[in-house]
Design a protein around this ligand. Structure first.
Ligand SMILES: Nc1ncnc2c1ncn2[C@@H]1O[C@H](COP(=O)(O)OP(=O)(O)OP(=O)(O)O)[C@@H](O)[C@H]1O
Length: 216
């Protein structure tokens, strides 16, 4: 499994430096990024994932182990991204959503079996044909993360992934997510405003204040 290397990254908007970061995230490590609204946390994730808006400029290199990925189109980076809104496709059922990003390996039946096994692993085995609009917040969150994991990412980016969940569910889903990324040994970068998310992640925390790294 790979480390995610963020090598001398600098994100700028016009003449303004938003933030800079130079670190390596080990396989299975969850690195938490915190800081006030507008410092550029989501923009940093967009750069790593490969869809930085032309409103910004970025310098530096993103590597998975020794392979540079920041020159590749987003779909070739194998970086999974999870937002605060689960963003399931409304025109596809749960199974269709999970099949969407899957690597086209093996037969259709084998892929179908993997989907059903994944649903079973989170207690949603009877939900394959459900319309995403009929799922609860926690069920949507699980399906969204399964979809990311089934796409066989080599690293995971989480952008305030638990902020829309109510308190009880939040605790359960966050532990489930961290358990999964550790199990698959995926280097994970999480942006959050919630100290409890950061504590539950159990790893390093980097806090930005106006583009300066102030604690870690
Ligand atoms: N597409 C865009 N075009 C121009 N400016 C943008 C664009 N997206 C975001 N911005 C601006 O860039 C700055 C960084 O935005 P970003 O969303 O990365 O901040 P953030 O730290 O993630 O904030 P929050 O914690 O509120 O989500 C902000 O000032 C924002 O207004």
């Amino acid at each position: 499994m790979a480390s995610l290397i963020l090598d001398d990254l600098v994100i700028e908007q016009g003449q303004q430096r938003l933030l800079s970061l130079d670190t390596t995230i080990a396989p299975g490590e969850v690195l938490t990024i915190m800081g006030p609204s507008g410092v550029g946390k989501s923009t940093l994730l967009a750069f790593i994932a490969g869809f930085l808006s032309p409103a910004f400029r970025a310098r530096g290199r993103v590597k998975l182990d020794e392979k540079r990925i920041d020159m590749l189109p987003a779909e070739q980076r194998h970086v999974g991204l999870l937002f605060q809104d689960p963003l399931l496709f409304p025109h596809l059922d749960v199974e269709g959503n999970l099949a969407f990003g899957m690597v086209r390996e093996g037969s259709r039946q084998q892929r179908c079996a993997r989907i059903h096994e994944a649903l079973r692993s989170v207690g949603l085995e009877t939900f394959a044909k459900r319309d995403p609009a009929t799922l609860s917040g926690g069920q949507k969150a699980r399906v969204a993360l399964l979809r990311v994991l089934l796409s066989q990412p080599r690293a995971i980016l989480l952008d305030e992934p638990f902020s829309k969940l109510d308190a009880g569910l939040r605790d359960e889903i966050r532990h489930w997510v961290f358990e999964r990324v550790r199990h698959y040994r995926l280097p994970t970068l999480m942006v959050t405003h919630d100290e409890a998310d950061a504590r539950a992640a159990g790893g390093r925390i980097i806090t930005f204040d106006d583009g300066c790294r102030v604690t870690s």
